[in-house]
Structures are given as structure tokens and as C-alpha cells.
Design a protein around this ligand. Structure first.
Ligand code: ATP
Ligand code: MG
Length: 257
């Protein structure tokens, strides 16, 4: 069993002379095989949290551990997919995916080749392996970024809105892949998504991040909703909770339903 744990995380940014507090005293535990969905309004700090969990940024206070050891950038058991694909434009699809294996111990050329092919197959992009990434569609680029995370065969997978540019069937296929990785291979998944249906379908737990408090204010358990009516009610409850948390600067045409 593995455990990814964040304790008492605080993170703020400096903008000009102002200090912008984002996360305050945030706690999170994710176990092997568990899918935890993070939901919250835009600007709440979801991507900030993922960067801290991946060890790519340091918290002002608090700490992140994986099986009791501090997480650092490049920790082999972790892989992260960012909100923006951040592909290397001078490399083709295959080499961008292979880039995910850098610094990974025990990965010789033959293993790397096998793993890259498998990751590309998992996201349905094997046929585009030689294509330059500069010509990819938004959804294809997103899938290359997902493959670059999967190729590490991580024990914990951190995904920041991974499917936002995809058509429904592709999205559903990749949802199934994530579920399978968690269920059959025991991968722990932290998924940031704005899609409540996706969160309800994939998540064992849903955590609502509040921009006001900078931490999780509610936890939901979609698997307890056996009947579709209960799921529908939960989705409505989540929508209402997101409206309530919205930044106090509504767009001129918006109206609380
Ligand atoms: N490097 C930075 N410097 C200053 N402010 C930052 C920086 N990175 C993020 N922020 C601010 O911190 C807040 C949280 O940003 P973050 O990207 O974590 O939000 P988010 O919940 O992922 O939003 P979205 O759903 O829109 O992706 C935002 O107000 C953002 O403007
Ligand atoms: Mg974000």
C-alpha cells in the first residue's frame, strides 16, 4: 500500500507588493488504488496544489510525503500531467513521450521503447508517433502529455484537467483507462476536473477546494450513490456549492440559477 500525504500546506504568491494567499493549512491523503477528484472554482488553487504534490514547487509551510518520505521533483513513483500540455516543439510525438522517462532509474533503451509504445497505445496515438507535435490538435497534444505521464508507470498519477479538449468517446475511453489503472494496478490518482459528471463517475472521493479558506471544505463519496437519482442530487448539490464559492466578481451576464 502506498500513501501520498500533504500536511498543513500553506502557499502564497507574491504579485507586485501584494502577497496572495492561495492554500492555507490544507491536508490531503491519497491511497494506492484510490481516485480523488479535486473540484473548485477557477483560481481556487487546484493547479498550485498539484505542483506542490509533485514536488515541483515548495510550500511556504507544511510538507508532502510519499510513503513517509519527502516528495521531490522527479520522484520515480510520481507522474504529473499539467493543465497545459507543455510539449517540446523540437521533438516528435514519440520523443516527447520518451522525455517522461528521463532520470527514471533502470530504464534501458529496449525497455524505454516498449514503454513508449505502450503509453502511446493507451492514449490511442501509436499511429501518430512520428508526427511533429507542432501540428497536433489540442486534444492530441493533451493525449501526448498524458502518455508522457503514463510512460513512467507511476504509483501515483496527478492529472490537471487532462481531458478538457477531448471528444466524448475519447474522453470516456481515457476515463476507463484511469479507472482500470486504479482498480487493477493500484495506481493512486489525483484528478483536477471542472466536469462534475466525470468527477462523479471516476472519483472515489471528491474534495471541494474553497478559494475563501484555501483548503477543502467538503468531501463527497459518489460511490455511496447507488441509484441514478442520488447521483443526480449529488451533482446538483455540487453545482450549488460551486456557485456559492464563486469569486465575488460575477460576469455581467451571469445569473445564479
Ligand atoms: N506564479 C504565480 N504568481 C502569482 N500568482 C499566481 C501564480 N500562480 C498562480 N497564481 C494565482 O494563484 C491562484 C490559484 O491559481 P491556480 O492556477 O492554482 O488555480 P486553479 O484552481 O488551478 O484555477 P483553474 O481552474 O482556472 O485552472 C490564482 O489566483 C492565480 O492567479
Ligand atoms: Mg488550474
Amino acid at each position: 500500500m502506498g500513501l501520498l500525504k500533504a500536511e498543513a500546506l500553506c502557499k502564497s504568491y507574491i504579485s507586485g507588493r501584494r502577497r496572495i494567499p492561495v492554500l492555507r493549512n490544507l491536508h490531503l491523503e491519497v491511497r494506492s488504488g484510490e481516485v480523488v477528484c479535486i473540484i473548485g472554482p477557477s483560481g481556487a488553487g487546484k493547479s498550485t496544489l498539484l505542483r506542490l504534490l509533485a514536488g515541483l514547487d515548495r510550500p511556504d509551510e507544511g510538507w508532502v510525503t510519499l510513503n513517509g518520505r519527502p516528495v521531490q521533483s522527479g520522484t520515480p513513483e510520481l507522474a504529473v500531467m499539467f493543465q497545459n500540455p507543455l510539449l517540446l516543439p523540437w521533438l516528435n510525438v514519440r520523443d516527447n513521450v520518451k522525455f517522461g522517462l528521463r532520470f527514471l532509474p533502470g530504464c534501458n533503451a529496449a525497455i524505454a521503447q516498449e514503454r513508449v509504445a505502450m503509453a502511446l497505445r493507451q492514449v490511442g496515438l501509436l499511429a501518430l508517433a512520428d508526427r511533429p507535435v507542432t501540428v497536433l490538435s489540442g486534444g492530441e497534444a493533451q493525449r501526448v502529455a498524458l502518455a508522457r505521464a503514463l510512460v513512467r508507470q507511476p504509483r501515483f498519477l496527478l492529472l490537471d484537467e487532462p481531458f478538457s479538449n477531448l471528444d466524448v468517446p475519447t474522453r470516456q475511453e481515457l476515463n476507463q483507462l484511469i479507472r482500470r489503472l486504479a482498480l487493477t494496478e493500484g495506481v493512486g490518482v489525483v484528478l483536477v476536473t471542472h466536469d462534475l459528471e466525470e468527477a462523479l463517475h471516476l472519483g472515489d472521493r471528491l474534495l471541494l477546494l474553497s478559494p475563501q479558506t484555501g483548503n477543502f471544505i467538503r468531501e463527497y463519496h459518489p460511490r455511496d450513490c447507488v441509484h441514478s437519482l442520488a447521483r443526480h442530487r449529488l451533482q446538483e448539490e455540487l453545482t450549488a456549492a460551486l456557485w456559492a464559492l464563486r469569486a465575488r466578481e460575477p460576469m455581467s451576464s451571469s445569473q445564479n440559477p
